[in-house]
Design a protein around this ligand. Structure first.
Ligand code: TXA
Ligand code: MG
Length: 358
């Protein structure tokens, strides 16, 4: 099949394809999604096939407004309602007990469903015109980073889906926060741009945190509650090592010195390979000489004092490293406060948990 590129003007056509059981990738404020009719088990099967994703990994259903949630769930707890009112449309996915109309094929066999109202005008209109909840995992091939531009989706899925609704580069760049509201206590399953601090403020209490987000390992019997978090996540083709400071103060200097030392000592074996250093705008001067001397590609993720600029660029930069044939990525680690928790969660996954404490 030929994958068509749609613009805002083609929303009606894209909605028609969704209604007819086809697949259209759509923009959101976080990453691009791979959309199909969320109430149609055939569409769910097509989504898994197109992504090359295991079908026990549940999909998120996207709605255009809060009212559309009611038919999809058993009930909406008061606190869930409060969260929707506070953060929707926006990067927060809520897990609730599903109703009968949601097929088990969309929820990976679970009796709960993930729901989200994305903050993107074009996509809200698409969902509204299609008149159905749009099932959408991130629109990447399983094993690639989530797509933050339509060209990434095209690279991964062209020939596998009917169309891509192009609305330029996304803003946030990492996937939504997932909060399980189907249990006694709200539990954070995936960190995103709606931060723990944001959730705590609205809930009046700090949510539980899935132990695997705090570094508890699956080998030790901790299974993440969001099935998608258990799969070996995207890791760049390169070996990636994260250098994390134990304390914030003076961390930039310490990290850059440790990276240099790593290349002089443990990393000698890599010196023949293509190396990239990932750093912040504020610390790039610390790596300039080293990069020139050893022919290392210096990649600026964004500004340390604006963590959103880093989430925005992370997946694009990792794709870039793959395309350039980089074999070793040495990266600074950053503060885990606020949206830094989401940034570091994705960076640690990309590094396959290879972390050097500095
Ligand atoms: O920002 C986002 O959330 C993007 C955009 C497209 O909306 N979507 C996204 O979807 O990241 P995906 O499929 O790549 O990640 C969904 C995650 C998976 O880890 C999945 O296991 C989890 O949500 N999930 C979905 N339904 C669940 C459920 N009922 N219980 C627990 N986890 C669930
Ligand atoms: Mg994904």
């Amino acid at each position: 099949m030929e994958t068509r590129i749609f613009s805002k003007r083609d929303i009606e056509e894209a909605a028609r394809i969704l209604k007819a059981g086809g697949l259209v990738a759509f923009p959101t404020e976080t990453v691009y999604g791979l959309g199909g009719n969320g109430l149609d088990k055939e569409a769910a099967r097509k989504i898994y096939a197109a992504k090359g994703r295991p079908s026990d990994n549940p999909l998120i259903l996207h709605v255009s407004k809060m009212e559309e949630v009611y038919p999809l769930v058993e009930s909406v707890p008061e606190k869930a309602k409060l969260l929707m009112e506070s953060f929707w449309p926006g990067p927060l996915t809520l897990i609730l007990k599903k109703s009968k109309i949601v097929p088990l094929e969309s929820t990976g066999g679970l009796d709960t469903v993930a729901l989200r109202c994305p903050d993107n005008g074009v996509t809200l209109e698409l969902i509204e015109r299609a008149g159905l909840p749009v099932a959408g995992p991130s629109a990447n091939l399983s094993g690639s980073p989530s797509p933050t531009e339509a060209s990434h989706v095209y690279h991964d899925l062209s020939g596998r889906i009917e169309g891509i609704l192009d609305d330029g580069a996304v803003g946030i760049g990492v996937e939504s926060t997932i909060l399980d509201m189907s249990t006694d206590r709200p539990t954070l399953l995936r960190p995103g741009a709606i931060t723990l601090e944001d959730l705590t403020e609205v809930l009046g209490e700090k949510p539980e945190i899935d132990p695997t987000l705090l570094g508890k390992k699956m080998e030790d019997g901790f299974i993440p509650k969001a099935p998608g978090m258990k799969y070996r996540h995207y890791a760049p083709k390169a070996e990636m090592i994260l250098f994390c400071a134990v304390e914030e103060k003076g961390s930039e200097d310490k990290i850059s010195k440790r990276i240099e030392e790593y290349l002089e000592e443990e990393g000698q074996e890599f010196l023949e390979e293509k190396i990239a250093i990932l750093c912040a705008e504020e610390s790039k001067h610390l790596y300039k000489d080293l990069a020139e001397k050893k022919d290392i590609s210096l990649k600026i993720l964004g500004r340390r004092d604006e963590p959103l600029s880093m989430t925005h660029n992370l997946f694009r930069t990792l794709r870039e490293c793959d395309e350039e044939g980089i074999e070793l990525i040495l990266s600074e680690g950053y503060s885990e406060e606020g949206i830094g928790f989401a940034l570091m969660n994705r960076m640690k996954k990309a590094a396959g948990q290879r972390i050097i404490a500095v």
